[in-house]
Design a protein around this ligand. Sequence first.
Ligand code: SF4
Length: 373
Amino acid sequence: MVHCYVHIPFCRERCSYCDFFLVTRRELQPRFFTALREETAARRAELAGKSVRSIHFGGGTPSLVEPRFLADWLHQLDRLAHVSGDAEITLEANPEDLSDRRLSELAAIGVNRLSIGIQSFCSRKLQALGRAHDGMTARQVVRHARKMFSNISIDLICGAEHESPGEWEGDLAAACSFDLPHVSVYMLTVEPGTMLARDLRNRRREVPGQDEQAAFYLMAADRLSASGFEHYEVSNFGRKGFFSRYNMGCWQREPYLGFGPSAHSLITRGTHEVRRANARSLTGYLRTPSESVEFIEELTEEAVISERVFLSLRLQAGLRLDELRSLHTVFPEHLLEEFRRRGWVEVRSSGELRLTSRGYLFADFIAQELLPG
Ligand code: SF4
């Protein structure tokens, strides 16, 4: 069994806060898909005999490319592996690309889950984020997509310039009004090297501080939980049966293969686990698709344990406390007690340690503290 990811590195423009690997030279699409097919063919041994449980087209903006390119790659994948009949096939999409025609084309090639970068239903906020769509388009697109796809997720961002609690509450109310099965919530993060980071440094812009961001996040957790969503991962809220299969696979450390520049893979070789990262270079990828690799490394036992603890604590399911204790010669009970006292963690009667919504704000810190030194 395996999950597959394809990184489609094209966007119309780079959003001011984004540091993903992407280019705006859309004329390179045909060459990119030739390279993608070449990489996939070169990695046929990793696919042979595998059943593909989920496929995720991420980016970049996969909705920007011609669906026929995606269809060709899906056929190739099905020849090299077995794509299960009920495989979840997700495509990340931006609202401005989702005409009714494009929605039908995507459904026709087998896409059965859309992850739409709505970000907000408020035009002022969308403008502050530098997005190409407005609030009315956001609403229309969700309404239309809902008619054609039962499995839809939307992304929302909190913490945009001058965002007020009222504005955020409006976004959450709008999201809940569509009876969607899945919502992802992200706090605006200032990544080094982005336009946003530069504007903040030059005091050309201001965004809400950490405390306000945390308050927005907790508002989302309350509002979405009250509407029947399960807060199943730090940034993800889903109804039963609609958790992202691809993401859950990665978080639970099931094998996944990433294709395209900057894509990561987790490959099992016998009893070993190998991580592969493709290079963040489209030029290199177009030249030698299967050799454009940043690293391939066998994971040490410590690395596997660390990944498992970090990832499990980000999930609602949590991690068995006895398993965590068994990693230590002397377990730091006082830290666990302190985290409990602060309302960051809880231990279920079934024995799992899990973070609360407040604890998710400190997920990496808590995991780091509870790992053996
Ligand atoms: S559309 Fe998405 S991937 Fe593209 S630049 Fe904006 S945030 Fe980044």
